[in-house]
Design a protein around this ligand. Structure first.
Ligand code: BGC
Length: 426
């Protein structure tokens, strides 16, 4: 890895610089999914339903045009299982054609597609038969994977089987707790929970162990299908990196806390072609477990500590656990803020921490910012993560200054690289 000057790192050839979305968060009207059902039931635990989202189901060409014009060379999006297989065993040819068009559309625009097969949402029928806890969930997921080969054949190289399985295992535990012991009080406390709203709740539950096992089985079964297809697919999955930081003396507590919540999923990726790192903030662990955000620390619209260096630390931890032979792809990193200046500052500092990991020899193949668009943040539209603003009434897209700045870096093939010692001095 070469540094062109003290302050920049030249990205390797083929490095992917882009942005990410997931189907449910941007498409709109994902009516066959379990999330749609949760959001719209009378006793829902979320504050607002996804509705039309960013209408990207129809406006994806415009989204891709913008990303290309901004200077990016990659777009990560997901295929919606509930659309592809709305009833178990019944495949929608139209949905397959839709996602095939997206793959072709990305390639035509010079955007390398990074395609996720499962990003939090399942078809309602899958949920009804027990979700991931059903004994044959891995086989059912592998069958769906076989079905979408038809989409991937249109020119995909990078496939992520399951997004953030560690969050799925935690969300399953929270969902079980919410449905098994629903009291008026607990329901009120859960209001607004979704993904980020549930962050506080995450600390109070153990990931569902049966779901963890099922997800690992499903990932391995899907990987086999993808590899056997002979399409040269590069397969991985993406893990939510929590960047656990132990207080002095709490190292063992932190390691025991981290294992079921993150490291078990990283270990399951040791034979993969790449590993997806998704980092936003850090979590402090004391002798009695997780600690609150330090007093006086800046927080974001999701209540997370403003801590951009999480990215470099997440990359280093991932490689420590998975091993240096599996390349890293940053599949998500970003900030929920209404102040785009903070997004710019956060992103620059996150990239500096990434550059420092790369300069130390870590093999990183891409950086995909979360998110391309302001979108549905699992229960609410309030936390805005987008590089591009979306008007909720007209769906008009307006790129923010952060989008232009990151796009310019993508075009330049360089990212900021702070002088040694500068990161730790902050
Ligand atoms: C998820 C996204 C989510 C983002 C911000 C990630 O954990 O993959 O779906 O919107 O974090 O919370």
């Amino acid at each position: 890895m070469t540094s062109s000057a003290q302050s920049e790192l030249v990205l390797p050839d083929g490095f992917l610089m882009g942005a990410a979305t997931s189907a449910h968060q941007v498409e709109g009207n994902n009516t066959g999914s379990d999330w749609w059902a949760f959001e719209n039931r009378p006793d829902t635990f979320v504050s607002e339903p996804s509705g039309d989202a960013a209408d990207s189901f129809h406006r994806w060409p415009e989204d891709m045009d913008l990303l290309r014009e901004l200077g990016f060379n990659s777009y990560r999006f997901s295929i919606e299982w509930a659309r592809v297989e709305p009833v178990q065993g019944r495949v929608s040819r139209a949905a397959l054609a839709h996602y095939r068009d997206m793959v072709r559309g990305a390639i035509e625009r010079g955007l390398t597609p990074v395609v996720t097969l499962h990003h939090f949402t399942c078809p309602q029928w899958f949920h009804a038969r027990g979700g991931w806890a059903a004994p044959d969930s891995a086989e059912v997921f592998a069958r769906y994977t076989r079905t979408v080969l038809e989409v991937l054949r249109a020119g995909v190289t990078y496939v992520a089987t399951i997004n953030e399985p560690n969050m799925v295992a935690l969300m399953s535990a929270l969902y079980r707790r919410a449905t098994e012991s629903r009291t008026t009080e607990s329901r009120a406390n859960e209001k607004g929970a979704g993904h980020t709203g549930a962050a506080a709740g995450f600390a109070s539950v153990e990931p569902a162990a049966d779901v963890t096992e099922a997800l690992i089985r499903a990932h391995h079964a899907a990987t086999e299908v993808l590899r056997d297809a002979g399409l040269g697919l590069q397969v991985g999955w993406t893990v939510a990196n929590q960047v656990y930081q132990a207080e002095l003396g709490a190292e063992d507590v932190a390691a025991a806390y981290a294992f079921p919540r993150e490291d078990v999923f990283l270990e399951a990726a040791r034979d993969d072609d790449w590993i997806g790192v998704q980092a936003y903030t850090r979590h402090l662990i004391g002798a009695d477990g997780p600690l609150p955000v330090p007093e006086g620390a800046e927080t974001t619209l999701t209540g997370w500590e403003y801590y951009p260096e999480a990215l470099g630390e997440a990359v280093r931890h991932t490689v420590d656990v998975v091993g240096p032979g599996v390349p890293v792809m940053v599949t998500e990193n970003g900030i929920a803020t209404g102040d785009d200046e903070r997004r710019i500052d956060y992103t620059i500092r996150a990239l500096e921490s990434l550059a420092s990991a790369m300069a130390d020899g870590i093999d990183v193949r891409g950086y995909l910012h979360w998110s391309a668009l302001d979108n549905y943040e699992w229960g609410t539209y309030q936390p805005t993560f987008g590089l591009i603003a979306v008007d909720p009434d007209t769906f008009a897209r307006t790129p923010k200054e952060s989008a232009r700045r990151l796009g310019a870096l993508a075009r330049s093939g360089r990212i900021p690289h702070a002088p040694a010692g500068a990161l730790s001095a902050r």
